[in-house]
Design a protein around this ligand. Structure first.
Ligand SMILES: C[S@@+](CC[C@H](N)C(=O)[O-])C[C@H]1O[C@@H](n2cnc3c(N)ncnc32)[C@H](O)[C@@H]1O
Length: 326
């Protein structure tokens, strides 16, 4: 059950407002305020030009504006509220500062931008690690420990590797981490040094989970936390998860912690508006809990346990490796 802290009456509107302010500029750029001033936009309309080529981004924008009641979703259509009409008229004020000075705003945040992804990988890894230590790590450690690990624990998309170190410490098993981001790997060096000081066997490498070699030896449990949604679209994710059978031939379990898209994006919240909006801007089709379960099934896993996590729309799934292919 998501923690009530994510609905904090003062923090949630500030967080949601940050994304809604950006969505206001984008809605104006995309001509959405103009179109919605005249008529509702139905799902049928969004499936046709001129909207269809930007459909995922447009829905991300509209759903973010629903959270501040500038737009309302009814049955199969989006409509502008009176407040939304006024917000649209003020879009140039938002664009002046958020658009005109977008680079000034971005440059104030420290951390290198990966030119390939456009993401500050070190910032993602460090922030995720800090959120995890508050809301996730205890559950993760209990869950993995309950599987009685007897071999390497391999964490894919390990970020700073701090959670991996904690679980290795708890279980006395060696750890192996991979992350695609060079900056995350730089951040993980301190964790590796700490492990060495504690006499814990922890190896962390830069690597892409989707292209790891076959037969990574000695792995008993594979984990991936808040990373599976990066593997998209769904068919590709199914193929990648199925490939773990040959990459980790001895492994018994795949433990996935991940967030899915909000099913009811109508209120200010902490976390979910950022998750939903940013991934829509990255043109990623929203993935529901049912989609995730279908992917696991099609990749040949049986889901042995599911837990709802403290972070909104987030779950832990314990998946048993099947012996045959999907
Ligand atoms: C949201 S962060 C989560 C980090 C960490 N697992 C945690 O829970 O704090 C997602 C991480 O997955 C990494 N990642 C994304 N795609 C990946 C891939 N294909 N292979 C390896 N790492 C990947 C990112 O670089 C990032 O560090």
């Amino acid at each position: 059950m998501a923690s009530v802290e994510f609905k904090h009456p003062r923090i949630a509107p500030v967080f949601t407002g940050a994304f809604a302010a950006h969505a206001t500029v984008l809605a104006d750029d995309l001509g959405l305020f103009r179109a919605l001033a005249d008529t509702a936009l139905t799902d049928h309309d969004l499936d046709r030009p001129p909207w269809v080529e930007n459909r995922i981004r447009i829905e991300g924008v509209l759903n973010t504006l629903c959270r501040i009641d500038a737009v309302r979703r009814t049955a199969d259509a989006y409509r502008l509220t009176d407040f939304g009409l006024e917000l649209g008229r003020q879009a140039p004020v938002f664009r002046l500062w958020l658009g005109g000075y977008a680079s000034v705003l971005a440059d104030q945040i420290s951390g290198a931008v990966d030119p390939r992804s456009g993401v500050r990988g070190g910032v993602v890894a460090e922030s995720s690690s800090q959120i995890g230590s508050r809301y996730i790590d205890e559950t993760f450690i209990q869950l993995v420990d309950s599987l009685q690990p007897a071999g390497r624990i391999c964490d894919l998309g390990c970020g700073t590797g701090r959670r991996l170190l904690k679980i290795c410490r708890e279980t006395g098993q060696p750890g192996l981490g991979y992350d695609i981001s060079a900056d995350a790997i730089r951040a993980a060096q301190a964790t590796v040094a700490e492990a060495r000081g504690l006499g814990i066997d922890l190896e962390i490498n830069q690597g892409d989970a989707t292209t790891l070699p076959r037969n990574v030896s000695g792995v008993d449990i594979v984990t991936q936390a808040f990373m599976t949604h990066h593997i998209a679209p769904d068919d590709y994710c199914t193929a990648v998860l199925a490939s773990y059978r040959v990459r980790f031939p001895g492994a018994r379990y795949l433990v996935v912690f991940d967030t899915v898209s909000s099913s009811d994006p109508e209120h200010p919240e902490l976390f979910a508006p950022g998750f939903d909006y940013i991934h829509a801007l990255q043109n990623m089709e929203p993935r529901s809990r049912a989609d995730a379960l279908r992917i696991f099934d099609e990749a040949g896993y049986s889901c042995q346990q599911e837990l709802e996590l403290a972070v909104p729309n987030s779950y832990a799934w314990v998946l048993k490796f099947g012996s045959d292919g999907p």
